[in-house]
Design a protein around this ligand. Structure first.
Ligand code: ADP
Ligand code: TRP
Length: 344
């Protein structure tokens, strides 16, 4: 049997180049390697922690399904599904939550960042433990529980390999700890899942290369369905560094290095090779050439996505079929788990 590979993305808005290079492109490459049994899902339950509008959420679910397919995920090769349709997840999440100290959850970097979003960045920098706890108490419980649900996503399918970006590593470490705890108490049931990082696991923002490109800061995002005009404008105005040499040096030249890593990530070339390709060009010429490359790269993606979105019922059907297949496998694993725990 092939090892099981699983990952999800939250339907919280348009996918940016960081999501593509850190996650989606890797999903497609790993699927096509033929080495794994693949599960890819729309993490709609995780998206609920942001308290979205119902209409926005259901539109974003369909949109993300279109992104998955337009980028090359194939329902004939992978199970492509919607997280909320997998009912056994809820029971496993509950079991796992009983093995999780609250202190571990409120220590997670992603949780801390969400809590601190409620206050000004300058204030967040010098916050006291007491003040942090006070704000955290008012935060929705789903945000704290987020990593437990993520662990359940992985373990309900017996996931071994998890392609994610750099920011998810802590959640995976948490999952590995839970696996050890569970196996120790109830006997070997789960394998410790391993992260598979892409070549560009942490793409930086175009407007501030010291910060990660993130949906929560749209000003620094290049969206993968952006028009060629938007791509050109965004890359032209991307922050670059002093000097004029085109060099990969993330410390001294974070702006241009970030742009070079986009080309390396998309083309599969090494950073040295990409750097050499631009030698002798100035910033303006380099940016122009990068925006042409990105625009061409996503041209067939844009066409496929537009065509897919003309048939939302077709996209729903694909999710429904994938969810049915995945739910069956999850139900089987849940029986094994309940047996171990003494619930049967
Ligand atoms: P965001 O942080 O933009 O809201 P998500 O949390 O939905 O993105 O992340 C979806 C996937 O994309 C995850 O695997 C995450 O690690 C990856 N990812 C997000 N931002 C980046 C980035 N800037 N560079 C590389 N990978 C990223
Ligand atoms: N937390 C991930 C993110 O923000 C999405 C996710 C949910 C996930 N469940 C998962 C990723 C399970 C990998 C495996 O991007």
């Amino acid at each position: 049997m092939k090892p099981i590979l699983i990952s999800g993305i939250q339907p919280t808005g348009r996918l940016h180049l960081g999501n593509y290079l850190g996650a989606l492109k890797n999903f497609v490459d790993l699927q096509n390697s033929g080495k794994y049994e693949c599960y890819f899902f729309v993490a709609d339950l995780h998206a609920l922690t942001e308290n979205p509008d119902a209409k926005d959420l259901s539109r974003n679910i369909i949109n993300l399904a279109a992104d998955f397919l337009a980028a090359g995920l194939n329902p004939k090769k992978s199970a492509i599904f919607q997280q909320s349709k997998i009912e056994p997840l809820q029971e496993l999440k509950w079991i796992l939550s009983t093995l999780t100290p609250i202190s571990e959850l409120i220590r997670m970097t992603a949780f801390k960042e969400k809590v601190l979003q409620a206050i000004k960045p300058a204030e967040a920098k010098k916050i006291t433990k007491e003040k942090f706890e006070k704000i955290a108490e008012g935060t929705n419980f789903g945000l704290a529980e987020y990593p437990v649900l993520m662990a359940a996503d992985i373990l309900i399918f017996g996931g071994q390999f998890i392609p994610v970006g750099h920011d998810q590593l802590q959640h995976l470490e948490f999952t590995r700890t839970l696996v050890r705890k569970f196996n120790k108490k109830f006997g070997k049931t789960f394998i410790e899942p391993q992260a598979l990082l892409a070549k560009t696991p942490r793409l930086m923002s175009l407007d501030d290369p010291t910060k990660k490109m993130s949906k929560s800061r749209p000003a620094g995002c290049l969206f993968i369905d952006d028009s060629p005009e938007d791509i050109e404008r965004k890359i032209k105005t991307a922050i670059t560094d002093s000097g004029s040499e085109i060099k990969y040096d993330p410390k001294e030249k974070p702006g241009i290095s970030n742009l070079l890593s986009i080309i390396a990530g998309l083309s599969g070339k090494s950073l040295e090779e990409v750097e050499r390709g631009f030698s002798g060009m100035n910033y303006g010429e380099t940016k122009h050439s990068i925006s042409d490359y990105v625009s061409d790269y996503f041209s067939s993606f844009r066409k496929k996505k537009t065509a897919l979105l003309k048939n939302p019922a077709g996209l729903k059907k694909i999710l429904q079929l994938g969810s049915g297949r995945a739910a069956k496998i999850a139900s089987k694993k849940l029986l094994e788990i309940k047996n171990k725990v003494g619930l049967l």
